[in-house]
Design a protein around this ligand. Structure first.
Ligand SMILES: Nc1ncnc2c1ncn2[C@@H]1O[C@H](COP(=O)(O)OP(=O)(O)OP(=O)(O)O)[C@@H](O)[C@H]1O
Ligand SMILES: [Mg+2]
Length: 265
């Protein structure tokens, strides 16, 4: 599995480029203006309005509440039916070049993200998208793997990895691109306890802004602001502890019912 040319330790310099001290985090402004999205006439996001600056923004909500759909809109992967979403004033759907440079999205399902046979190719791909030569992209991808202490994964076939390991590959691929904003859709799903702890530490150090989506509020403890989506609408937005407390109360109440997850009507 290990490959001989990957033994060198990462330089501190490179690690600093990807993960700098948290105090240096640059906040990003998110603005949603009358944002709606329907799939085949079924409303999934309905008239969302929001304007705030954040370093760590959590998004919670029940299954089917529209969290992943909002993530895709923010990353510019899907167009709203009406209204607009911007990050630092940029509509990522309208400006694909900015989207590739400024937003890294981690999909909920890594199989929707991975397209290359080996870990190194997967991590290097985004870097070529940023205009780096194949050689430089591979060098930078190796540095990222080293920063995550995963140098020996470089030549591994992605298909042979577990689901949690694939998730980590996807995360390394987007972190390597050093975007201004990371949009993480259930990043801890399927990860074991030590890997989750490691990932939490890395995310804490990530110098860009992070939008962290989870249906588990425990995951969002480090978020200064939390947005609660319910049936495609903003139920509440405010400080992390405030929103999480109300969300937990409501989820506990609903847990006493038999309803599973609502489909949009
Ligand atoms: N491509 C699509 N075509 C049709 N409907 C879709 C599509 N993508 C999502 N939906 C619907 O939109 C609603 C919201 O889905 P979304 O995946 O955004 O929810 P979620 O909050 O991320 O849920 P989960 O917690 O289960 O990940 C769901 O009812 C889903 O069926
Ligand atoms: Mg989802």
């Amino acid at each position: 599995m290990a490959s001989s040319h990957l033994k060198a330790e990462p330089t501190i310099e490179i690690q600093r480029n990807i993960f700098t001290a948290r105090e240096k985090t640059t906040p990003v402004q998110i603005a949603l203006t009358g944002l709606s999205l329907a799939f085949e006439q079924r409303p999934v996001l309905s008239d969302l309005d929001l304007d705030l600056r954040f370093s760590r923004l959590g998004i919670v909500g029940r299954n089917g509440s529209g969290k992943s759909t909002l993530a895709r809109v923010l990353a510019g992967l899907v167009a709203p039916s009406s209204g607009k979403a911007t990050l630092d004033g940029v509509d990522m759907y309208a400006d694909r070049r900015a989207a590739i440079r400024d937003v890294g999205i981690l999909f909920q399902n890594p199989d929707h993200q991975i397209i290359f046979p080996t870990v190194l190719e997967e991590v290097a791909f985004g870097l070529t998208q940023l205009g780096r030569s194949k050689r430089q992209a591979e060098r930078d991808a190796l540095d990222t793997l080293a920063a995550f202490h995963k140098s020996d994964w470089a030549d591994v076939s992605v298909a042979t990895l577990s689901q949690g390991q694939k998730h980590l590959v996807c995360l390394m691929a987007i972190v390597a691109m050093a975007p201004k904003t990371l949009v993480l859709d259930e990043p801890f799903a399927g990860l074991d306890i030590p890997t989750k702890a490691q990932l939490r530490r890395y995310l804490h150090l990530f110098s860009g802004a992070v939008i962290h989506i989870s249906h588990d509020p425990q995951d969002l403890k480090g978020c200064e602001t939390v947005l609660w989506l319910d049936k495609g609408r903003i139920e509440k937005v405010g400080t992390g502890p405030d929103v999480i407390s109300d969300y937990l109360t409501e989820m506990t109440r609903l847990g006493d019912d038999d309803d599973i997850s609502d489909l949009p009507r």
